[in-house]
Design a protein around this ligand. Structure first.
Ligand code: GCB
Ligand code: CA
Length: 865
């Protein structure tokens, strides 16, 4: 069945004198989609394979998350039929694409409209008027996301999902109108060149398209936030020239992170009788700001520490086809977090983002996806420069924007190693981009983000922007947590020594946290939520203490999908403060407590509702474990099941309590006060107390699961939060390993074995990624009875042959086991055995190497009878 859209031209017929002269509607609905290459015009035999889709749409939602390497990069076709009741003479019809990744070709009634649009992240519009006819019109769009040497990004830590993943708008104007179809698809450029508390000037440049005949005027009307007209200015439209109009107002209300006051500018084209031909609205924020390399950022004269995050357009299972509702929800969560600074990375994003930056008062930087590597050829340079122009022009009227960033970690692929030719193009591209920023916008700072030593960029001659940003993963990829402060100070110093006048932004920092991993011994690269918390606390302290760090952006607001990434969760970069489905991690609450001025209190680990632990002693009926509270009050009192555990003062907004968890229900209440307001947070925790003496009669042993080779708890979130405990050495009466060694330090595991392996046949990669090598035995001193014993095994990245025998209480249960031969490498295997224990022997699982070395990833024991 044909999908039909009616073009509603009612506004033109009935509202000819009304103000709603420009008609805008989305045309996201009922597109037919075909993934693959087709001949165009379409032939009848390929007409059947179309699938019905709604925009936003990407064809990579599934293949970036599956087990196979790579994702579809090629052609995709979209088409739809629009019925036009009548084509009016005095109308112009445009299609505005908020984005399509990455080359888009538009056809209307088999006629190609203009040139292909290049670049997957910038908005563009096409005039389709001349191709339209009364009746049925076929719109067809080819989108291609193949690798292309002439288009950035060439390489990045995100995936280049194909499709029309943002809205398409249908725009209808009169033949006299503000320009639509031009680079950046924007016709009004509003700036506020001079602002003080007493007075502000507004400068508006308008691009008007008009037929030769007739007198037309531009009318600019400024409204305050209550919709009162403050000022109206008019100027005649000369033929073929832009219209510049400047005016000023007195006592402007200022825009700032604390008070993001917005005015509205209504731009109209009118004739001498004040009949309106076109009308566009833009936000206006009056502010003046500057970055001082020593003292930091000032807005309206007030020193303001800029702290916030980076953000990708990404949501679990949706690739980049993210709805406006999700975009706005992200912005609300960032507002709640207390940020005042957003790095829109690594490319321009949906208009919904900047709309909210203006409204919430987030000072923002916007960049183009010149990441890791240049498109090092003449065409590539031109495309990159054009992309930047489009980005600046489309987004120009957002008062939130403070700087335009030309790229990210452009030296990631070492230019020097790529040869002289490359270096020349590469350096030229930087210079052309820096120049373009200044040509396009005199009112903002130019900015570039690096990761290598300042001197390295300096030698290449690419520290050419007003501001520099550095991405530094101290305490994660490099160096230790304890040295974060020292390392940051010395990095900033090195940058300022080179260029004392270049303000320094810490454009990225962070560490991974898989919400399923928890640890009371957090270590670098263990992906535990607790380590991430400590890392951010350390960074925040230094950032707040150093005015020379004029702004800082966490990497990243949220976890995001990367097809080729193999961390604790395959295909996911876990450095988010919230998960890829927007569940808050503990570090999110830390920022809330540190950054918020309004009263705040939270039990950071409250989402971890099922916990377990070994009783403190043989007699004890509780297990003591720490719980961290964050808040901006003076102190906090904590209660467990109604009994007070005392009060503690917050130190750097955090307080940690030892909680004696009992078997079953544990209600934790935290109570604090701030500015006379009583604050309370609660956590309900279901605790499984493991007896210290497994033969205990008062506290009977039922079940235990151990994440062998790891200090971390692992929560099987897709399996009713089933909990795996950290590993430990055997003690008499209890359980634990005998012999073998803990795998290397987690940070070294990346290159040895572990977190860089995507384990097949399971979702529980972290259990298999951590192992005890050379293990001799695992022991449980359990009472007599029948048990179900599960062994979890995997050979990761092994080249050599490993053969082992496994026996329980001297009875062989699995002999001549060669995991690689039987199952292949990098595959997780679980096997369950039924075991009967008699004569008070308990359970001893023995591992004997016949060849190579023994290993164990996880073990689970459940009493059946
Ligand atoms: C970076 C990149 C960013 C990555 C991040 C990481 O420096 O700019 O795109 O995702 O590191 O997590 O490694
Ligand atoms: Ca393990």
């Amino acid at each position: 069945m044909k999908q039909i859209t009616l073009l509603l031209f009612f506004s033109f017929i009935y509202n000819i004198h009304a103000q709603q002269v420009r008609h805008i509607e989305t045309i996201n609905e009922s597109w037919s989609f075909y993934k693959g290459t087709l001949d165009f015009p379409f032939t009848t035999n390929n007409a059947t394979k179309w699938e019905q889709v709604t925009l936003p749409h990407s064809w990579n939602t599934k293949d970036i998350l599956d087990d196979e390497d790579g994702y579809y990069r090629g052609d995709g076709w979209y088409k739809k039929t629009m019925i036009i009741p009548q084509v009016f003479e005095d109308q112009q019809v445009f299609l505005l694409f908020e984005a399509a990744n990455q080359v888009a070709s538009l056809y209307v009634n088999n006629k190609k409209i203009g040139e292909d649009h290049i670049g997957g992240y910038t908005s563009f519009a096409k005039d389709v008027t001349s191709a339209l006819k009364t009746g049925e019109n076929e719109i067809a769009i080819k989108v291609n996301n193949s690798h292309n040497d002439e288009i950035v990004p060439q390489s990045a830590d995100f995936s280049f999902y194909g499709g029309i993943y943002r809205d398409i708008q249908l725009i209808i104007t009169k033949s006299v109108h503000f320009e639509v179809a031009n680079l950046g698809a924007n016709a009004i450029f509003v700036s506020t060149p001079k602002v003080s508390k007493q007075k502000a000037t507004v400068s508006v440049k308008s691009k008007v398209v008009r037929p030769k005949k007739g007198d037309y005027f531009i009318k600019q009307s400024l409204y305050d936030a209550k919709n009162n007209v403050i000022k109206v200015e008019k100027a005649k439209v000369p033929y073929g020239k832009d219209v510049d109009l400047d005016f000023s107002i007195v006592a402007p209300k200022l825009w700032s992170p604390e008070h993001p006051y917005l005015y509205k500018l209504v731009s109209e084209i009118v004739d001498k009788n004040d009949r309106v031909y076109d009308r566009i609205e833009n936000p206006v924020g009056f502010r003046w700001f500057n970055f001082d390399p020593q003292k930091g950022f000032f807005i309206n004269g007030k020193p303001t520490k800029l702290i916030g995050t980076n953000r990708h357009q990404d949501f679990l299972g949706k690739a980049n086809a993210v709805s406006d509702e999700i975009h706005r929800n992200d912005m609300r969560m960032l507002k709640d977090m207390g940020i005042n600074f957003l790095r829109i990375s690594h490319y321009p994003q949906d208009p919904a983002i900047l709309e909210m930056c203006n409204k919430y008062g987030f000072v923002s930087t916007l960049e183009i996806p010149f990441v890791n590597k240049a498109a090092a050829n003449e065409k590539g340079k031109q495309n990159t420069v054009n992309m930047l122009k489009e980005a600046i022009r489309f987004n120009y009227n957002n008062p939130a924007i403070g700087a335009w960033n030309l790229g990210n970690e452009t030296t990631m692929k070492d230019p020097v190693k790529l040869g002289e030719d490359y270096v020349n193009h590469f350096v030229e591209t930087h210079k052309a981009l820096a120049k373009t920023i200044k040509e396009e916008d005199e009112t903002r700072y130019s900015y570039s983000v690096f990761f290598r030593e300042p001197a390295y960029q300096d030698n290449l001659g690419i520290r050419v922007t007003d501001l520099v940003g550095y991405n530094k993963y101290y305490g994660w990829y490099i160096e230790e947590l304890e040295d974060i402060d020292k390392n940051l100070r010395s990095l900033v110093k090195r940058s300022l020594e080179l260029d004392p006048d270049k303000p320094f932004i810490l454009s990225e920092y962070g560490g991974g946290a898989d919400p399923r991993l928890r640890s009371y011994n957090p270590t670098r690269f263990d992906f535990s939520v607790e380590y991430q918390f400590l890392l951010h606390k350390a960074y925040l302290k230094t950032i707040l203490d150093m005015p020379e760090i004029v702004g800082a952006n966490v990497w990243n607001y949220s976890d995001f999908q990367v097809e080729h990434r193999k961390d604790a969760v395959p295909h996911i970069n876990n450095k988010g403060l919230v998960s890829a489905e927007r569940k808050k991690k503990d570090a999110y609450y830390l920022y809330q407590a540190v950054l918020n001025k309004t009263p705040f209190l939270a039990i950071t680990s409250k989402s971890w509702t099922k916990r377990s632990g070994v009783a403190d002693s043989k007699e004890d009926t509780f297990a003591t474990q720490p719980v961290t509270i964050v808040g901006n009050g003076k102190d906090v009192e904590v209660f467990l099941n109604g009994t007070s555990l005392g009060k503690k003062a917050f130190e750097f907004s955090t307080a940690t309590f030892d909680i004696p968890f009992v078997q079953g229900h544990n209600l934790i209440e935290a109570i604090s006060e701030k500015d006379g307001k009583l604050l309370k947070d609660v956590a309900f925790i279901d605790f499984n107390l493991i007896p210290k003496d497994l033969k205990s009669v008062t506290n009977k042993f039922e079940e235990i699961a151990i994440n062998v080779g790891s200090y971390c708890y692992f929560i099987e979130t897709d399996n009713m939060d089933y909990l795996w405990m950290p590993d430990k050495a055997y003690e008499k009466g209890g359980f634990g390993y005998v012999g073998g060694e803990f795998l290397k330090h987690p940070s070294e595991r990346r290159n040895a074995i572990g977190t860089d392996v995507s384990v097949k046949g399971t979702e529980n990669d972290p259990i298999y990624q951590t192992q005890r090598l050379g293990i001799e035995a695992y022991k449980f001193d359990v009472p007599n009875g029948t048990y179900e014993l599960s062994l979890l095994l995997a050979e990761l990245k092994t080249k050599d042959d490993n053969i082992m025998d496994i026996s329980v209480n001297s009875r062989p249960i699995w002999t001549n086991l060669n995991l690689k031969e039987a199952y292949g490498t990098d595959r997780g295997v679980t096997k369950r055995f039924l075991i009967t224990v008699e004569n008070d022997h308990g359970i001893t699982v023995d591992f004997k190497a016949k060849k190579g070395i023994t290993r164990l990833s996880g073990i689970k024991l459940r009493k059946v009878n």
